[in-house]
Design a protein around this ligand. Sequence first.
Ligand code: ADP
Ligand code: MG
Length: 360
Amino acid sequence: MKIDTLRIANLRSLADVSLSLAPGVNLFTGANGAGKTSVLEAAYLLSHAGSFRAGSRENLISRSATGFSVFAEVSLESGARHRLGFGKEGGKWAARVDGAAASSFGALVQHAAVVCFEPGSHALIAGPSDERRRFLDWGVFHVEHDFLLAWRRYQRALKQRNSLLRQGGSVDFGLLEPWEAELAQSGQAIDAHRKSYLEQLRLHLARYAAALLPELGAVELVYRRGWPDDLTLDLALRGRRERDLGRGHTTVGCHRADWSIHFEGAPLREHLSRGQEKLTAMAALLSQAALYAANRGEWPVICLDDLASELDRTHQEWVVGQLLQHQVQVLITGTDVPSALETARTTMFHVEQGQVAALL
Ligand SMILES: Nc1ncnc2c1ncn2[C@@H]1O[C@H](COP(=O)(O)OP(=O)(O)O)[C@@H](O)[C@H]1O
Ligand SMILES: [Mg+2]
């Protein structure tokens, strides 16, 4: 996928920005606080219906406005083109595809693939598990179209079971049963999709980890589905009823799944330096992008925020070289031109106080 044009209104400090992007490398330079990361955030929003930055979605709206919007024209290898939009207007969050309101955010996200490496990406390795589940589910969603349906059924049943558990002491366990059956059924589908996705991801990860972190030796990707290996989810939920009632929520299931990366030379996450966590996150993100390409026949757009301050020169060059080789559309930010781009053909933009200008 390539983003041909991007139009941004009232996203943080970007009041009114209109860009034509090159199909190759696009570099956004400017001082700290100029609005560079916000440009990448705009692209990412179309593909995730949320930001990679922490905090409420409301923070995206410029302080001087009541809503914001991002519109993009994207094109696919097949020649197909789509107009995508996301934002908050008139107090409502909305997604648009080809001029019409999308039935759900999923309908938007399905059309957009943007993978982003940014200064917070090490959280994918060292942060809480929600981040890793989001990564996993985004990947699965783009290859397995019935995943979203199972995921929605699961979330709905989970909400119902939790609301019964919150009633406390006197809850009739019989009332939990239909929701547990629903959780078990949709959960099995989710688990199978996640497992098969990670099986495929493993092959790509071995390659990227070997290139980016050769000093750490062989890499292993471990998946934990969220309930004990020797039980069906149905039985695991049943067995936890008393305990879940005490806690007031469901303590086993797909919403507790996690995955982790282990190296021969660094078996525990705590053995990794911050720099190695970043490289591991980069390996995971590139693997996700490469797997997307293997399944869909084209690479997602790749954003590299503050590349030069995140990776050393050798790693920057290797990553950029890989992306150029696959003719990926890349959006990079930096306070200066990163050394890795000195020889690459680059389309440059200057960002200053929320204005973005193309440099000729
Ligand atoms: N909701 C908001 N409304 C207005 N300005 C904002 C909002 N959120 C963040 N900003 C400002 O947007 C600017 C751009 O931030 P950012 O895109 O992170 O810049 P850069 O990546 O160039 O350092 C910052 O000056 C920040 O204070
Ligand atoms: Mg920034």
